[in-house]
Every structure is written in C-alpha cells, then in structure tokens.
Write a protein that binds this ligand. Structure first.
Ligand code: AMP
Ligand code: ZN
Length: 520
C-alpha cells in the first residue's frame, strides 16, 4: 500500500470521481488512531431468496470494504436486514413485501424473515464476502425510528389517515441524487407513485404507515401516529446514523436505489441534520454515495416471480462453484451492466481453475524450496530449473510494477477487471521466488476475495445435483479404464468411456487443466 496512490471513488451525488477523504482521518504517526472508513450497505428485504443480481450488490460492497482495508483504513461496515416496511413498489405504493408473503404462505412473518436471512447469509459465506462489523436488523431499531421521526415530524412531516408523510419541499435539493431536478422539481421521477389523497407533493413518502382501522398486521408497533410500521426509507436513515454516526463515509446500494430509496434517505438525513443543500456532501448523511449497476439476464430468470429464478444455489446445483460467480462479477466494473450467461459463468470457472492450479504449483514449488534450504543437497529440484541460488538472486523490478499497477487499479474506483489480469500476470511471472509470489498473491487476493491460497482444484469440481452417478463410481470406472488402456484392451476402454458418457460424464484425456472428467 502506498500513500502516493490515492483512492478515488465515483460519487453518485456529484457524478464524479473523487479522492476519498475520510470523515475520521486518524492521527498520523499514532497507530492506535488510524484513519477510519465507515460504510453502510442497504441489505436485502428478506421475503424471498436473494437472486444472483442482488448478490452482485454485496460482492461490490465487499470489494469496496476489502479495498479500504488494503489501503490501511480501519473499516466499519454495516449491512442491514430489512424485515419490515419495504413495499412491493420501491416508491410509496403496494403492500408490505413481508406481510404479503406471510399471508400467502400462512406463516409467521418472523419465521419467514429468519429463514430468508439465513439463506442470504449462506450466500454471503459462499461468495467469500467478509462479515460486516454489524448486521442491523430493522425490527431491532423501532424505538430509534420513532425517535428519529419525532425529531423531524414538526418541521418536515404531516399526518394523513394512512400515516406520517415526509414533505420533500422542506429540504433543499430534493432528488439531486436521482438527477430529478427538472423545472417540476422532484415530481418527475415520482410520477409513477400512486397518489395518496392529501399528499402535498407527489414525491412525499410515508415514514410511518398506520395500520388501517379494522386490520391487523403481524408486525406493528405503537407510535405517536398510531399503531403501525415504519417506512423502508426511514429504516436505513436510522440504522446508518445510529451505528455509524452522521456524517459517515460511504453509503452503497444497487443503482435502482439511486432513484427513490436513497434520495428519500438523504432528505430525511438533511431534515435531521440541517435542511441545507447538497453542495456540501456531508449534509446528505454520507460523504459518498456509490451504486453498482445491474446484473441482467434477458430471458427474465432474474425475476423472483419466475419459477426457477437465478439463485446462487441454482448455480451450485448445476455444478458451478460460487466463487466462479464472484469472479464473473469481478470481471466487469461495478458501474457497468453485466449480462449473465451460463457460457460466461463457465468461462469464469475455467479461469478460476487455471488460477487455482497455478497457485497449487507455486505452493508445491515453495515447499520444495523450503525443504531444500533445510537440506542443501536437495536444493536443485529434479525436473525443474529452480534452484535456491537462482531464486535468491532474482531481481523484482518488473514484479514491483505489477504490484504498483494492482494497487493503482483497485484505487481507481475499484477497477477489478484490470486487477484480476494483474494477478494473473503475477502468476505467470518468471524469475521471482515462489515465496515472494505467494506473498504478493495473498495481498492481492485479500482485495479480490477469490480464496486462491486455500482453494484446492478438487473444491472447484462440484457434482451437479441432477447427476446420476457418484464421484466414487466415476473414479472406479476411470481406474478400470486406465488398467484396460495399459493392457491395450481398447475395446474395454471405449466401452467404459461410452458407459460414462451415458451417465452424463465426459472423459477428458489430455485436458490441459488436468481434469480427467467433466459432467456434461
Ligand atoms: P432488495 O432485497 O430488493 O432490497 O435488493 C438488494 C440489493 O440488490 C439492492 O442493493 C438492490 O439495489 C440490488 N439489486 C437488485 N437487483 C439487482 C440486479 N439485477 N443486479 C444488481 N443489483 C441488484
Ligand atoms: Zn436502504
């Protein structure tokens, strides 16, 4: 890490690349007072499994967090779990997603929330996304939400039969994040919001939603505005401010949140702090607002309403290691749209395999050299050109450039597509000790999170759920086939190959990656 390479991030609020300037810069020379980076990521609404598009948002936030750690900042990352208040339309219309599913399934909303939160956490783990400092669960913060709403209610809100509404005309620059400031102010983007009678501006939104008379929700609480539930936008303002303190450094989410959810969070944060305009970034509650672009899939398999939608588990069931999907995400810049295809995922898996195999070889060579240094007579490894003397005499100039370029690429608004190629360049580099390479790879992988130093080749070979043959059976047939070939019994060898093919297993003689078989 070098001070000479500043971290630059694209701030959606200004639509510009900006050098990262932490709110808490620390005290130079005092290691116990490091510069801090405080980051809040909008988490999932746990009414269903996340799709892989959702998970792209968390891979992006994870790479951001890892980069901040790599650059030496003390990271505090918070991700929330929305278990109440998110309506079926991000704007102000529709039903509560959680209540709707609970009613459809005739189940407890709390059970549903727990089930899908755990499923989401399993995906987080499978994608090697680091645990944040804190997961904030929305329903744990109801009191704080009521206090926040009370603090802004007099000056910024008004009550209607259906709830407490935020008046967006009471803060400066409403909608700037969405670039919605046309002559009509914010009303343009809010045109699709269902009209609620009595609303002062089309863009006004409920921060507390009253339970309609005669109805009962599974989740409802008493408040000064009657029994009901908080609005989704209020939740994130409250949880981010409560845990990280306003202003904090970076707020992230998918690009859809740039249009409604985050402008509304910003308006609430302004109401809470100052009402002033957004030319001073910190007035919005966070200095930098970052958004990942969408993962798209043309046939609609990303939609959770389609039967077999693209969950991470579906990828695993089809035999793809989840880190192949992570690599697929890293191969695109987070601000670019990324199109999902099975071919693309397969290519990412092959690329990951190559990296893992190269690292495995490197580890083996390193182990040989270490043992050689203990027993000098074995310093020259048979069949290899490597000798201890040779590697110790190497110069690292070209290598150092790669390391600097890697840092420059991730510091350039998280340019992971370039960073991945630089990691491969390190793997391919000649005349550098395995020890040095492994050290550099570990530092690079700490940012990319591909688990390259611990993954084994066999970890990447996942048996698809639909496969009709076990790995033990495959291994047994292959061993038999080897014997047949050794005995020049080619008829038997071919018969075994056909038998395996009928079971969906393709035998791969002479595969450059060293795979003996793959499932077709
Ligand atoms: P939700 O659970 O709907 O609140 O979404 C969780 C996160 O996923 C949010 O940050 C969304 O902006 C993000 N997101 C939703 N769909 C996609 C997609 N297709 N690609 C990338 N991110 C998405
Ligand atoms: Zn949020």
């Amino acid at each position: 890490m070098s001070d000479a390479i500043p971290l630059k991030l694209f701030n959606s609020l200004t639509r510009q690349l900006e050098p990262f300037q932490p709110v808490h810069p620390g005290v130079p020379g005092e290691p116990d007072k490091p510069a801090e980076a405080r980051v809040y990521t909008c988490g999932p609404t746990v009414y269903n499994y996340p799709h892989i598009g959702n998970m792209r948002a968390y891979v992006f936030a994870d790479v951001l967090g890892r980069t901040l750690s790599f650059k030496g900042y003390k990271l505090t990352h918070v991700i929330n779990i929305t278990d109440v208040g998110h309506l079926t339309d991000d704007a102000d219309a529709g039903e509560d997603k959680m209540e709707k599913v609970a009613a459809e399934k005739a189940q407890s909303i709390w059970d549903i929330a727990r089930h899908y939160t755990e499923a989401y956490w399993a995906d987080i783990k499978a994608l090697n996304i680091r645990q944040p400092a804190q997961w904030t669960i929305a329903t744990d913060y109801i009191d704080e939400m009521i206090q926040f709403a009370k603090a802004i209610a007099d000056k910024h809100c008004y009550e209607l039969d259906s709830g407490l509404y935020f008046d967006v005309s009471t803060v400066a620059d409403y909608g700037r994040l969405a670039r919605a400031q046309t002559e009509d102010g914010a009303n343009e983007i809010m045109g699709r919001i269902d009209e609620v009678e009595g609303k002062r501006n089309a863009a006004d939104f409920a921060i507390w939603r009253k339970t309609p008379p005669g109805e009962k929700r599974q989740m409802e609480w008493d408040s000064p505005w009657g029994r009901g539930a908080p609005g989704w936008h209020l939740e994130c303002s409250v949880m981010s401010g409560a845990v990280l303190g306003f202003p904090f450094d970076i707020h992230t989410g998918g690009i859809d949140h740039r249009e409604i959810h985050h402008p509304n969070e910003i308006a609430q944060n302004q109401a809470h702090c100052c009402t002033n305009g957004l030319d001073v970034a910190s007035n919005s509650g966070a200095n930098v607002w970052m958004h990942n672009n969408f993962l798209i899939e043309r046939s609609g398999k990303m939609s959770k309403s389609s039967g077999e939608f693209l969950r991470l588990q579906l990828l695993i069931d089809k035999g793809y290691h989840p880190l192949a999907y992570r690599l697929m995400c890293l191969q695109a810049h987070y601000r670019s749209e990324l199109e999902f295809s099975w071919e693309g995922l397969q290519a990412a898996l092959v690329r990951l395999k190559r990296m893992v195999m190269a690292v495995t070889q490197l580890k083996a060579r390193h182990a040989e050299l270490v043992s050689a240094s203990i027993a000098p007579s074995q310093a020259s490894v048979e069949g290899e050109k490597w000798t201890l003397k040779q590697v110790q005499g190497d110069e690292f100039e070209m290598f150092v450039d790669l390391v600097i370029n890697f840092e420059a690429s991730v510091s350039d608004d998280l340019n992971t597509p370039i960073a991945v190629t630089l990691l491969e360049d390190v793997l391919a580099k000649k005349k550098v000790t395995p020890e040095k390479k492994l050290e550099v790879l570990a530092a690079m992988d700490a940012v990319l999170g591909l688990n390259l130093l611990t993954l084994e080749r066999q970890d990447l070979r996942i048996r698809p759920k639909a496969a009709t043959i076990t790995e033990a059976e495959i291994d047994a047939r292959l061993a038999e086939r080897k014997e047949a070939r050794a005995a020049k019994d080619f008829a038997r060898s071919d018969a075994l190959r056909d038998e395996l093919a009928a079971a969906g297993v393709e035998v791969m003689d002479g595969d450059s990656l060293g795979w003996e078989w793959k499932l077709g």
